[in-house]
Design a protein around this ligand. Structure first.
Ligand code: CUA
Length: 286
């Protein structure tokens, strides 16, 4: 349609330029000019207005259809919360809270409430959905649906501070069987500490410094500012889906989080004993 409009407009323009250009030895004066041609002015403003109004109402229908497919009982419900700089994923019906890694069953509509715990972020999985702003105090609704099994990358798409670019997440679309297995594991309580060293870490996590921001099992703050650690090691990456979750990176993180991700909310110097203890326990949280 645009190409058609372009050809007609440019064609008429070229025709008029060539057909009515000034002849070489023309003695013609400027032709008579017309002002305040009421009827013509009404037509050339009225017609476009009518066209735009018609398009507006057609678009409302499409926007409604795209924004909210009829919600069904079988839909998976999800709450997405943006934090500086990571994503929290709550499955209210499944009693699961996780971070940065979103598991969804294939061919299932996921009804998502998006909000933010601090500044404005934007939830965006280019291959699965449009962008939805995550605004503190406001719940925006969106949905997505994965038709093929695989991993899809998501990214915060609203500038939200120093580490905006490092606020990623991964959507894992998996078979219903794999999803059910994941759910069953996530619903388990955290692995209990087995050694004295692990017990020291457990105390730190449930009753010490860490418990001010992180949840472990049912222990933790009301609105956690840090990711839920109950099944930390079941995830592939951490710190906003940036670093591979392995022993080496986790230790570097505990030693100096600010060196790895400057400006993040975790700014605490642990002693070597505390780090050793935390490592011995955190690595068991599969
Ligand atoms: Cu969050 Cu950009």
């Amino acid at each position: 349609m645009s190409a058609g409009v372009f050809l007609i407009v440019e064609g008429l323009l070229l025709y008029n330029i060539i057909a009515f250009r000034e002849k070489k030895d023309s003695k013609e004066e400027i032709p008579p000019q017309h002002y305040r041609e009421g009827l013509i002015e009404i037509i050339y403003t009225g017609v476009p207005i009518v066209i735009v109004i018609v398009i507006f109402f057609m678009m409302l229908g499409t926007m409604n259809a795209v924004a909210a497919p009829a919600s069904q009982a079988s839909d998976l419900k999800l709450q997405v919360k943006g934090h500086r700089w990571w994503w929290e994923f709550d499955y209210p019906d499944l009693n699961i809270t996780t971070a940065n890694e979103l598991h969804v069953p294939v061919n299932t509509t996921v009804q998502i409430d998006v909000t933010s715990m601090d500044v404005i972020h934007s939830f965006y999985v280019p291959q699965l959905s449009g962008k939805t702003d995550a605004i503190p105090g406001i719940i925006n609704h969106m949905w997505l649906r994965g038709d093929t099994i695989g991993q899809f990358h998501g990214q915060c798409s609203e500038y939200c501070g120093l580490n905006h670019a490092n606020m990623r997440f991964t959507v894992i679309v998996e078979s219903q069987t794999d999803f059910d297995a994941w759910v069953a594991n996530q619903q388990k309580p955290p692995v209990q500490p087995q050694t004295e060293q692990q017990q020291a870490a457990y105390t730190l996590l449930t009753d010490g410094m860490c418990s001010m921001c992180h949840d472990l099992g049912d222990n933790g703050p009301e609105n956690a500012t840090g990711p839920n650690l109950t099944h930390l090691m079941s995830r592939q990456r951490f710190a906003g889906d940036i670093f591979d979750l392995n022993q080496e990176n986790l230790r570097s993180w505990l030693e100096d989080t600010q060196a790895m991700k400057p400006g993040n909310d975790m700014d605490h110097k642990f002693s070597k004993e505390q780090i050793d203890a935390l490592m011995s326990y955190l690595l068991t949280l599969k």
